[in-house]
Design a protein around this ligand. Structure first.
Ligand SMILES: Nc1ncnc2c1ncn2[C@@H]1O[C@H](COP(=O)(O)OP(=O)(O)OP(=O)(O)O)[C@@H](O)[C@H]1O
Ligand SMILES: [Mg+2]
Length: 274
């Protein structure tokens, strides 16, 4: 029994590592709503679509999933991290549009690229999913806008929305975005489903059962329903459980993860202070 549970905790811990794995996507009613809306919106004649949400609300995993689901039906490309330079960025765009490599030691002639893009109107439609768009420079953003004006390339722009900065108010997003979607943190119930589904996907039934309502409310209180924070907290909780299992098995009830363990994890991550 002991060995079984010990290995269960280390599996459980790794279930909550922070990574973008589309196979690990959990269908939740709110994420499904946003996903369905996004799928509909990209079929509309829009030039740019804005996807925003605080860090850790699931923007990247949503875009990765959209690209993966539509890649056989549409020309859809996911840019996970911003290119290091304008030259590199338009080199990639050139390759997507022309379906050819950019000759070595050459730079993209932007006005020629726009002309080429215009020649594709009615023939091809390209969707580019730009993640972490807050990191692109104003010059790149302006050129992205010019590309989208051709109506051949449509951009889905994912942005952090931080508390003190209203990005929607930023100059180039005022008039250019025709529709925007916002991802938000999970409610208590949704977070509970998220945690349980993630564990059940890995057959960790006992572990899922050992986390019940009252304890999960505390998890929600600490993390405010943020997916990334939730992953961090659950990872730490199972790390602590793993320790107890191995060194102080008489101090842990494997059928019920206690409030104390969650508080210890919260303390370690700085949600609460001693
Ligand atoms: N519906 C979901 N199913 C499975 N995992 C999810 C889901 N939503 C979010 N996550 C997980 O939560 C974590 C944070 O999500 P993600 O990285 O997509 O957030 P983000 O909004 O892109 O954050 P940032 O603004 O910092 O880039 C990731 O580990 C991701 O795998
Ligand atoms: Mg992201």
């Amino acid at each position: 029994m002991k060995n079984l549970m010990t290995s269960n905790y280390s599996i459980a811990k790794n279930v909550f590592l922070d990574k973008i794995e589309i196979d690990d996507y959990i269908e939740l009613s709110s994420s499904l709503t946003i996903y369905t809306q996004l799928e509909k919106i990209i079929d509309k004649p829009l030039k740019m679509i804005l996807l925003f949400g605080k860090p850790g609300t699931g923007k990247s995993i949503l875009l990765a999933r959209l690209q993966n689901n539509l890649k056989h039906q549409k020309e859809i490309h996911y840019f996970p991290t911003p290119a290091t330079s304008e030259k590199e960025f338009f080199g990639i765009v050139f390759k997507i549009l022309t379906q050819q490599e950019l000759p070595e030691n050459t730079e993209v002639n932007f006005s020629a690229l726009i002309k080429f893009c215009e020649s594709l109107l009615g023939k091809r439609e390209i969707i580019i999913l730009l993640d972490e768009a807050q990191m692109y420079s104003a010059t790149i953003m302006e050129k992205i806008r010019l590309l989208s004006d051709t109506r051949v390339v449509k951009f889905v722009i994912a942005l952090h929305k931080t508390d003190d900065e209203d990005l929607i108010a930023k100059e180039h997003f005022q008039t250019r975005i025709w529709e925007s979607l916002e991802l938000i943190n999970a409610s208590v119930d949704e977070q509970k489903i998220y945690i349980h589904k993630k564990l059940l996907k890995h057959n960790l039934f006992d572990v899922a059962n050992s986390l019940d309502g009252k304890e999960l409310k505390l998890v929600h209180k600490f993390t405010e329903g943020n997916y990334r924070e939730c992953n961090k907290l659950l990872y730490t909780i199972f790390e602590i459980c793993e320790y107890y299992e191995e060194f102080e098995p008489h101090n842990i009830d494997v059928s019920h993860i206690s409030k104390k363990i969650i508080e210890m994890a919260g303390l370690k991550l700085g949600y609460i202070h001693a």
